[in-house]
Design a protein around this ligand. Structure first.
Ligand SMILES: [Zn+2]
Length: 839
């Protein structure tokens, strides 16, 4: 997912396209020892066999039949399946989606819209049908968390199977055997009608959706249709809510997709490349232990057999199976061309991997009864009439190999709201087209094209690259020639929205303002999708993949991948301390970039009303736009803040130069503190707008909250701990806690040495700061214990408080009686009381 709005600071609030992974509750295991189970149930055969009836009796001539990879027969109100013997034991993926969501679920729609909109996946699993006894077909669910190569010589493989029997979820009596078709007939009706974890909401999910028991009397099977690669089951399901709270009715579609009989060659993931991956426990990787292995998610992209020689010679060829993404027929017509363009823009990236016309956006067929959006063979961009300001790009994969089989991109109508806000606050100073209450269709369409490309990137397996923008010098962002040639960030998978650094006098236009598929994106597609012949061994492929990365990263900074989470511990530590890997930021220096960004905000602020308000609008819109502007200003503060105590992590292999762990220079961290003092703690008078305030729209308290939030962040145990770690590693070459506290305090109390008056906003942040000190030093809190225990943080804070008390004492006589003097006297008393030794 993607485009979460951030109102302030640099916090990450993104769900990713791998959202659904966390919801699987399927038990562990991988393959099964069918012989053992056969032996277990062998005794019952004889009596059961007599219940198997002649085929024609079970499937009469009047049956309505749908033909696909197995046959579906409707006989009266029963749904029968004729499963060919050849499909018994084959893995099938089951994906259940919402076709029509229940009404009145606004509280869920606020939860990023998960599980309540048409197209949302509510369950996916892998199943296998097996005739373990003569009289029954069993449905087993399958997972792939522990693995070893299937080989008769491999004892580990057999051992893993012995300890990972996959759960049997259902049993179907064999109704008939068709000797001619070599198939068995079973009745699916009761299983599909029942509540089960294979097809429907699992137990973890139901409480989120307020679903209790299935109301069987208000649930039914609408239809089952068979296709060559998939079976589509359409159901109407009603679930009771808590007693007295009514019920929720869903129309659901479950697709059963036959997984390829020739699994795609998987490709191992690498921390230096931002592609999604699945992990599993690998018993083969290390002959003396068990290691985690993984494979990236990617589409099967191969040259046609007759083109392979040409491909390997470096000629561009078309892939055997291009990726086709259809646009929802219910999409407003005027946006369709932009959405399609956003899809087709990826063709250039695949060309770098040797494939032409590899990905194509198309309008969905209308009036074609054989084409359905729910059909799992079709990838679709779904357009939702929704207030959610977002879009996301989840995909369905073969769990054995990471092969992406299809995608259903969710596009929420109101993403246009957030695009308007962003473009306005980031680009209105340099693009006159943004200075209107509504953008014209061509500007909004171009914005939609950019988001479409970003979401499609996720469906190709790409993660966010929050580090991409950090590879661009801030000065280059102001050079028209440079941004025309390279864009303002090398990756569309960054959250680098628009070029807010560019100044009006730079003459930069759309090409240099918008993100686009860049050098990093093309390289990542090249690395993930470049085809290697089947004759290349897995080991040789790994060496090749590593060599490609080493070579590419040495060739230029633009290929850097900066992860959204800590690259060294993505599961344990969701926060990334690396100041390069930030969302919504630009350039290699947050202070310089923020300064230019603020210059532009100062140009926009006086025109907020004139540029954003239409004659019909109420002042709520003005308030919203002022908030959007303060939110943008707050992002600049967050970007700068992360440099103080930041830690840079660059995963490397032994063949690469330089450190994995490093820190921002002392000079840079000092500049970060100076920036905060100048731009945030010195009252930003330009944000005090009396006219807006009189209209109920310019509430400065939002700025005040930002000031105290940043002070709190600077004094947080986490940051102090990070600074202390730096000091231990680098000594006085880095920014010390002492240095940071001294600079912060000098900035917050800059009036004291000269006796300058202190305005009420400044008094407020001074109080807040002293309060933080007093709480940390004086109270017996967990925070105090933490900083007291091993580091120098506590004595540093204490010395800091002493110095402040002394300088207040010295300045007090210079202030005349009045509010400021009372304020300072109060601060002094509080510090003294805290510092006073007690028994
Ligand atoms: Zn995204």
């Amino acid at each position: 997912m993607h485009l979460r709005s951030l109102r302030a600071g640099g916090a990450i609030t993104a769900l990713t396209a791998c959202f659904f992974l966390t919801l699987s509750t399927r038990a562990l295991a991988q393959n099964i020892d069918t012989a053992a189970i056969k032996a277990m149930v062998a005794g019952k055969k004889d009596t059961a066999k007599s219940k198997i009836k002649p085929y024609k009796e079970v499937v009469p001539a009047t049956a309505k039949t749908s033909r696909g990879f197995f046959l579906i027969h409707k006989v009266d109100d029963r749904w029968l399946a004729a499963i060919p013997d050849s499909l018994l034991g084959r893995d099938m993926l089951v994906v259940t989606r919402i076709v029509k969501g229940p009404t009145g679920y606004n509280f869920l729609k606020a939860m990023a819209g998960a599980f309540s909109y048409a197209g949302d996946v509510v369950n996916q699993s892998v199943i296998r049908l097996e005739r373990l006894t003569d009289d029954k077909v069993f449905l087993r669910s399958v997972t792939y968390i522990e693995r070893s190569e299937d080989s008769s010589a491999n004892g580990l493989y057999r051992n893993i199977q012995d300890n990972n029997v996959q759960p049997i979820e259902a049993a179907f009596p064999v109704k008939a055997v068709n000797p001619a078709g070599k198939s068995v007939v079973i009745d699916l009706t009761d299983f599909i009608s029942s509540e089960n974890d294979v097809l429907y909401f699992n137990a973890q999910l139901k409480p989120f959706l307020s679903l209790t028991a299935l109301a069987a009397d208000r649930s039914f099977i609408e239809n089952i249709t068979a296709f060559p690669m998939n079976i589509e089951i359409r159901t109407e399901r009603t679930y009771n809510d808590a007693p007295g709270k009514g019920a929720h009715t869903y129309e659901l579609n479950s697709s059963i997709v036959l997984l390829p009989s020739d699994p795609m060659r998987s490709r191992p993931a690498d921390l230096r490349i931002g592609l999604f991956y699945d992990s599993y426990m690998d018993f083969d990787k290390d002959p003396q232990g068990v290691r985690a292995s993984n494979h990236i998610w990617r589409w099967r992209m191969e040259p046609k057999p007759e083109d392979r020689e040409r491909y390997l010679r470096g000629e561009l060829v078309e892939p055997a199976n291009p990726i086709v993404i259809y646009v929802d027929p219910e999409t407003p017509k005027k946006w369709v061309p932009y959405l399609i363009q956003g899809i087709n823009d990826w063709q250039a990236a695949f060309e770098q991997a040797g494939f032409k016309n590899a990905i194509v956006g198309k309008e969905a067929p209308v009036g074609d009864s054989t084409w359905s959006m729910e059909d799992a063979r079709h990838s679709v961009l779904l357009y939702h009439a929704s207030p959610i300001e977002n879009a996301n790009g989840p995909s369905i994969k073969d769990p054995r190999t990471g092969e992406i089989l299809e995608t259903h991109i969710n596009w929420f109508h109101n993403v246009m709201q957030i695009l308007y806000d962003w473009y306005f606050v980031q680009a209105a100073a340099i693009d006159p087209r943004a200075r209107h209450p509504h953008f014209d269709d061509s500007l909004m369409g171009t914005l939609i094209r950019f988001v479409s490309s970003h979401e499609v990137g996720h469906t190709l397996g790409m993660q966010h690259n929050f580090g991409a923008s950090s590879t661009v010098p801030v000065d280059s962002l102001r050079s028209k020639a440079w941004v025309d040639a390279h864009g303002h960030t090398p990756s569309i998978m960054d959250y680098a929205r628009f070029n807010y650094v560019a100044q009006p006098e730079d003459g930069i236009d759309e090409k240099g303002i918008f993100p686009r598929i860049g050098d990093y994106d093309k390289w990542t597609i090249d690395w993930g999708y470049r085809w290697v012949p089947a004759t290349m061994s897995a080991e040789a492929e790994k060496d090749t993949l590593n060599a490609w990365i080493v070579r590419q990263l040495a060739s230029g900074p633009q290929y850097f991948y900066g992860a959204q989470t800590n690259p060294l511990s993505p599961m344990r530590d969701p926060g990334n301390p690396d100041p390069r890997d930030q969302n919504e930021d630009l350039g290699d220096d947050a202070m310089k970039a923020g300064e230019y960004g603020i210059r532009n905000l100062k140009r926009i602020e006086p025109h907020l009303m004139e540029w954003t308000m239409g004659p019909q609008d109420d002042y709520g819109k003005l308030e919203h736009m002022y908030d959007a502007l303060v939110g943008q200003y707050g992002r600049y503060m967050g970007h700068v803040l992360k440099n103080i105590g930041g830690e840079m992590i660059t995963p490397k292999s032994p063949g690469q130069q330089g450190p994995v762990i490093s820190y921002p220079s002392k000079e840079k961290q000092q500049r970060a503190m100076a920036f905060l003092n100048a731009q945030l703690f010195a009252t930003p008078n330009w944000l005090i707008d009396e006219k807006l305030y009189s209209l109920g729209a310019g509430d400065f308290s939002k700025v005040a909250r930002l000031q105290t939030k940043v002070i709190g962040e600077l004094l947080s145990p986490d940051r102090l701990h990070q600074l202390s770690e730096q000091e231990v590693a680098m000594g006085s070459k880095t920014y010390t806690i002492n240095g940071m506290l001294h600079d912060l305090q000098s900035g917050l109390f800059s009036e004291l040495p000269t006796g300058k008056p202190i305005d009420p906003y400044r008094r407020a942040i001074q109080k807040y700061y002293v309060n933080e000190l007093v709480v940390t030093l004086g109270a017996d809190t967990a925070g105090r214990r933490e900083i007291q225990s091993t580091s120098d943080v506590f004595p540093n804070l204490k010395a800091d408080a002493r110095a402040l008390a002394a300088s207040i004492k010295q300045s007090l006589p210079g202030y005349p009686a009045g509010e400021t003097r009372e304020h300072l006297a109060d601060l002094y008393d509080r510090l003294e009381w805290t510092l006073k030794p007690r028994n």
